[in-house]
Design a protein around this ligand. Structure first.
Ligand code: GLN
Length: 483
């Protein structure tokens, strides 16, 4: 069962090839078997999942089911889940049981999906390797001495090791696409505003976006249909009906124009270049035309991101003060001691680094020089893309510069770690939808090709990825240790 995509599982359930209970038990057993090594889950909701699966079988017997009733998924532990711990992989929220569901969680529940558990991640989604988690790093199923990427590392592993057929992630600067690439799965960051941020713990509010992670583009389309939509509780939510992505992706690719930004190809390793040239050949064979484009402000995206994201995180994380909820230090002497020690003891090193950096750039003397300047450069990046999309339908490039690296290899050098997101951050800066799909191996490890689309054109990049996946089978490969 675990080899199947969500779309195949939906068909199997409709044909009664197995029950929802058998399906949930199968995935829970796989988690029990493999997760001691992989550490992809912070919380496994076994009893609840089994109870929901039984209920799903009843609904299917009485024909009250939707297509997804009884299909198990996992949620990144950044999405609030009612009655279940939502830790954001931080000591600060280790004891936090959310009193409500995030909109994404609620919508997927209404569609009939059941939850296997909450997945590991970098603390407050800050990181590119999943090593900043309070619950310990998780391991890449292709080689357990390597990182899975981050921050949605647990969700990427869950799908890659077939511990869940699909999962949710969030992407502020690459956290869906980068781990998807390093674990060999498909992941989509939707347009900013397409998926509600209500109940999704905030990191950098002008960049954060939730999205699907699954084996195939078709599954991402199905999951996005379930997650997306206007939400009056998110002031930046996009008020338009959600297109039928899973239908649109099947339409033929006609006269598709693929843009190759020279800034993405200039410094590529020869191995990565070769892999991307093969992707281009496949797309050309479907009738695509390839055009060189330029995104001159692209090299500024990493420094600008670390000003904007850190500033916004320093403001968002000020709510964790030891007073309202979350971690509180033992025996505070006075109010200041309560604030200082709760935050000192509750946050990890990377989170503190970002808060300090952000507080500095937002301080009165530096605000114009850093934050305002960064917002201006952000506009330039968005304009570069807008210009490119006058000529092309989608942009193609790498998702990552290289395959997964060793655990511990970059953790003492934050700048090296930050440079891992060199290809993903620009899409967040401009709010654009972007997807990573598996497209080959370097030294036996998966890497991803990235497709970036114009605003609100998730359908376009999903369509291109779907056609690519009709002609290739990288997305069906499974790491050896977890067959
Ligand atoms: N790796 C980036 C960071 O550390 C992006 C994280 C994300 O997308 N949540 O901020």
């Amino acid at each position: 069962m675990h080899h199947n995509t969500i779309s195949e599982i939906a068909d199997d359930l409709a044909k009664k090839r197995y029950s929802c209970l058998e399906l949930a038990e199968h995935f829970l057993n796989r988690i029990a078997q493999h997760d001691k090594t992989l550490n992809a889950f912070i919380t496994v909701t076994r009893d609840q999942a089994l109870a929901e699966a039984k209920l799903a079988d009843q609904l299917r017997h009485t024909n009250k089911a939707s297509r997804f009733t009884g299909i198990p998924i996992a949620h990144k532990d950044i999405f609030c889940t009612q009655g279940i711990r939502t830790s954001c992989a931080s000591k600060m929220l280790d004891n936090f049981i959310s009193p409500y569901n995030a909109t994404v969680v609620e919508k997927m529940k209404q569609q009939g999906f059941i939850v296997l558990g909450k997945t590991n991640m970098d603390e407050f989604a800050m990181g590119s390797s999943n090593e900043t988690s309070y619950y310990g790093p998780c391991k890449n199923p292709w080689d357990t001495s390597l990182v899975p990427g981050g921050s949605s590392g647990g969700s990427a592993i869950a799908v890659a090791a077939r511990l869940a057929p699909g999962a949710t992630g969030t992407d502020t600067g690459g956290s869906i696409r980068q781990p998807a690439a390093l674990c060999g799965i498909t992941g989509l960051k939707p347009t900013y505003g397409r998926v509600s941020r209500y109940g999704m713990i905030a990191f950098a509010s002008s960049l954060d976006q939730g999205g699907p992670m699954a084996q195939s583009a078709e599954d991402c389309a199905l999951l996005l249909e379930a997650m997306a939509g206007f939400d009056p509780r998110d002031s930046t939510s996009f008020d338009q009906t959600v297109p039928a992505y899973s239908q649109l992706i099947k339409e033929p690719l006609q006269r598709l124009k693929v843009g190759l930004p020279k800034e993405y190809f200039d410094n590529l390793s020869p191995e990565m270049e070769k892999i991307l040239l093969n992707v281009i050949e496949v797309l050309k064979s479907s009738g695509a035309e390839v055009i060189e484009v330029s995104l001159p402000s692209l090299p500024l995206s990493v420094p600008v991101y670390y000003v904007v994201a850190s500033a916004e995180c320093s403001s968002n994380l000020s709510r964790y003060d030891g007073v309202r909820y979350g971690y509180r230090c033992e025996a505070p002497q006075d109010l200041m001691d309560l604030y200082v020690r709760s935050r000192t003891e509750g946050f990890g090193t990377e989170v503190k680094r970002r808060i300090m950096l952000g507080t500095y750039t937002l301080s009165a003397g530096y605000f114009d020089a850093y934050y305002i300047k960064a917002q201006k450069v952000r506009q330039l990046i968005a304009q570069d893309f807008a210009k490119a999309f006058e000529q092309v339908d989608v942009i193609l490039g790498p998702t990552v510069p290289a395959p997964a690296f060793k655990l511990g290899e970059k953790s003492s050098d934050p700048v090296q770690m930050y440079l891992n997101d060199i290809y993903t951050i620009a899409a967040n800066m401009a709010g654009l939808p972007a997807l990573s799909m598996p497209c080959g191996y370097i030294q036996g490890l998966p890497v991803g090709a990235q497709l970036i689309g114009p605003l609100y054109r998730e359908d376009k990049i999903l369509q291109v990825a779907h056609h690519y996946q009709q002609q290739t089978d990288w997305h069906r490969h499974l790491p050896k240790g977890v067959q």
